[in-house]
Design a protein around this ligand. Structure first.
Ligand code: ATP
Ligand code: ATP
Ligand code: MG
Ligand code: MG
Ligand code: MG
Ligand code: MG
Length: 264
């Protein structure tokens, strides 16, 4: 073959298989979304259109990849849990990370104008992606609890910060210094006494993030329909992804999901 003297370069491509029999969590995060959100006039602290667009991209990813059983999103990030037994792309790490991150990104761009009809994209957004392996359900539950705790901490801070700026007339520098050293109860107090905001009554999406779960079709009547629905062919006719009420307690949703075949 004419190119055989070059073919050795292929040997420099090293295999990157992920350990079998463990959970994969893929986390995708917007690159420099602090800047992206400013350039596209996101409402602060929470632009609901941007969160809905993230949910849409996440749902597209779950429809394309039946091995994703659960997803959790907040801000510019989404985490996806893949079943332990997945043989997606022979568990090649870079293939999985790059292909899924790429689909998420293109879906985000593809659906942008649905959520931002009056805001043209001024430059193409990008996302980073990484996979972390977790051997046991304990770590997986703690992982999602960690992300949800992050949602809560950031949202409480950001909500108080923007109330001080938007309603309290402080500069961003002043608002940061007002909040320095405060505890959660102090922030609740500032929100309530100075701005009449009851934090616990804010949209649960903002406080607790979004959860997408693949419903357990095995609980539905015929086993065969179920089996088909979990394959590539079946899932189009029978979408089996559900956007749960925002604010569902992650640990509980995991527990429900846990006994099911699809996480093994
Ligand atoms: P990096 O590239 O390191 O991830 P980043 O600027 O994206 O940098 P993050 O820690 O990921 O930093 O934070 C994302 C930022 O994007 C938030 O701090 C917030 O300013 C903005 N953002 C993301 N989603 C929203 C939203 N729905 N509404 C308002 N602002 C948002
Ligand atoms: P994989 O996901 O494994 O990469 P693939 O279908 O993308 O699968 P490739 O080996 O990357 O396989 O080949 C890309 C294929 O896309 C080509 O074989 C060809 O059929 C098609 N293709 C790509 N670019 C063009 C083009 N400019 N014009 C016509 N066909 C194209
Ligand atoms: Mg990051
Ligand atoms: Mg980011
Ligand atoms: Mg982020
Ligand atoms: Mg190709």
């Amino acid at each position: 073959m004419a190119n055989s003297k070059y073919a050795y370069v292929r040997d420099f491509e090293l295999p990157d298989p992920l350990l079998p029999g463990v959970f994969m969590v893929l986390r995708i995060d917007g690159h420099s979304f602090h800047r992206f959100s400013e350039k596209h006039n996101f409402a602060k602290p929470n632009d609901v259109r941007a969160l809905q667009l993230m949910d849409h991209a996440a749902q597209d990813l779950m429809e394309e990849y039946p091995d994703i059983v659960l997803a959790f999103g907040e801000s510019d990030e989404f985490s996806f849990l893949l079943r332990k037994s997945t043989s997606l792309y022979n568990r090649r790490q870079s293939k999985i990370v790059s292909t899924l991150t790429s689909l998420f990104t293109s879906s985000y761009v593809f659906h942008w104008s649905l959520y931002f009809p009056d805001t043209p994209l001024v430059y193409p957004p990008s996302f980073d992606g990484r996979i972390v392996l977790y051997p046991r359900t304990k770590e997986v539950k703690d992982y999602f609890a960690w992300r949800q705790a992050d949602t809560h901490i950031n949202n409480l801070y950001n909500t108080t910060f923007w109330a001080l700026v938007q309603q309290g007339g402080q500069t961003t520098t002043e608002a940061h210094s007002t909040l320095r050293g405060t505890f959660a109860k102090d922030k609740h107090e500032i929100l309530f006494s100075r701005f009449g905001i009851n934090y616990n009554q804010l949209d649960a999406r903002f406080r607790k993030g979004s959860v997408l779960v693949r419903e357990d079709l095995e609980e539905e009547k015929e086993g065969e329909v179920t089996k088909e629905a979990m394959t590539d062919e079946g899932h189009d006719e029978q979408p089996n992804i559900k956007l749960l009420n925002h604010g569902v307690i992650i640990a509980r949703s995991l527990k429900l999901d846990w006994k099911k075949e699809n996480t093994r």
